[in-house]
Design a protein around this ligand. Structure first.
Ligand code: FES
Ligand code: FES
Length: 169
């Protein structure tokens, strides 16, 4: 990472695409991602309380409002839009739609990212595992039951896809 006047030059690999950006040291990863057009990363509380801004950073879920952009220099970042598209949805995205786990949708990106991080480390989670993994993601609409069911359903569907592998698209 080089310094450029007051800004730092940072390389962010987002959903398989590399961006070279100059950011001031206080700029969060959330702000950088949204400025790059990744508005599927939602801005909720900006203080780590809601989970709406979660992304996968080197395969671990983080609240991007709590990470400075320069701290992600060189890391691989995956957002909800990088997991699947409308034409080729990820099993989690499909299951959320199938189970009515989306109402306003503001929490959904972060929920799916936290769920994917869980499934990366535990492909067959029990309900308690799912509850714990999503405990940092707040939803004001659904009551959570459909969300937990959707994650369970996605885990079952993914176990049927022996060669399924998450990649940025
Ligand atoms: S916006 Fe980052 S946790 Fe709420
Ligand atoms: S669906 Fe509205 S906040 Fe979760």
């Amino acid at each position: 990472m080089e310094k450029c006047m007051n800004a730092k030059l940072v390389t962010l690999a987002v959903n398989g695409r590399t961006h070279h950006i100059a950011v001031k040291p206080h700029v969060t990863l959330l702000r950088a991602l949204r400025n790059l057009g990744h508005t599927d990363v939602k801005n909720g509380c900006e203080k780590g309380d809601c989970g709406a801004c979660a992304v996968l950073l080197d395969n671990k879920a983080v609240n991007s409002c709590l990470v400075l952009a320069w701290q992600a220099d060189g890391a691989e970042i995956i957002t909800n839009a990088g997991l699947g598209t409308l034409d080729h949805p990820h099993p989690l995205q499909e299951a959320f739609a199938d189970h009515g786990a989306i109402q306003c949708g503001y929490c959904t990106s972060g929920m799916i990212i936290s769920a994917q991080a869980l499934l990366n480390r535990n492909p067959d989670p029990a309900e308690d595992d799912i509850r714990e993994a999503l405990s940092g993601n707040l939803c004001r609409c659904t009551g959570y039951g459909q969300i937990f069911e959707a994650v369970r359903m996605a885990a079952e569907r993914m176990s049927d896809l022996a060669d399924f592998r998450v990649v940025a698209q």
